[in-house]
Design a binder for this molecule. Structure first.
Ligand SMILES: [Fe+2]
Ligand SMILES: [Fe+2]
Length: 129
């Protein structure tokens, strides 16, 4: 840290949330590559690290008091999941039109996942809130 720069705890937490979030995706993407190269143990180790990073990020976010009341958070996430379905379909069309079949196919798979996430959250809201 440069001399004279004083970070607040909140700033430190925010930096960690960003860093850990990036690491989760990075390690999981590396694990996919390792899987595709048949290096299963490498993939498993990278996934294990990714889960630690996810836990770090989650705890830092919680400690930063960034999670409000559960109903509001779930409603917010539900809205995001619903928008994500449209976003993934958009990506699918773009990838299809440029002939990138594998990418288009995964956009389609992910769109189904997002729709399922939305249904799961709706179910929670109906049953528990
Ligand atoms: Fe970490
Ligand atoms: Fe989702």
């Amino acid at each position: 840290m440069a001399e004279g720069t004083t970070l607040t705890t909140k700033q430190c937490l925010e930096q960690e949330i960003k860093g850990e979030t990036w690491e989760v995706i990075q390690y999981l993407a590396m694990a996919l590559k390792a899987d595709n190269e048949g290096r299963t143990e490498v993939a498993q180790t990278l996934r294990s690290i990714a889960m630690d990073e996810a836990a770090h990020g989650a705890r830092f976010k919680y400690l930063a008091d960034r999670i409000g009341d559960l109903q509001s958070e779930i409603e917010k996430m539900l809205s995001g999941e619903e928008q994500a379905v449209d976003g993934k379909h958009e990506g699918m069309k773009v990838a299809e039109s440029s002939g990138q079949k594998e990418v288009a196919s995964f956009f389609d798979t992910a769109a189904h996942d997002e729709a399922r996430h939305a249904a799961m959250l709706r179910n929670l809201l109906e049953r528990y809130f």
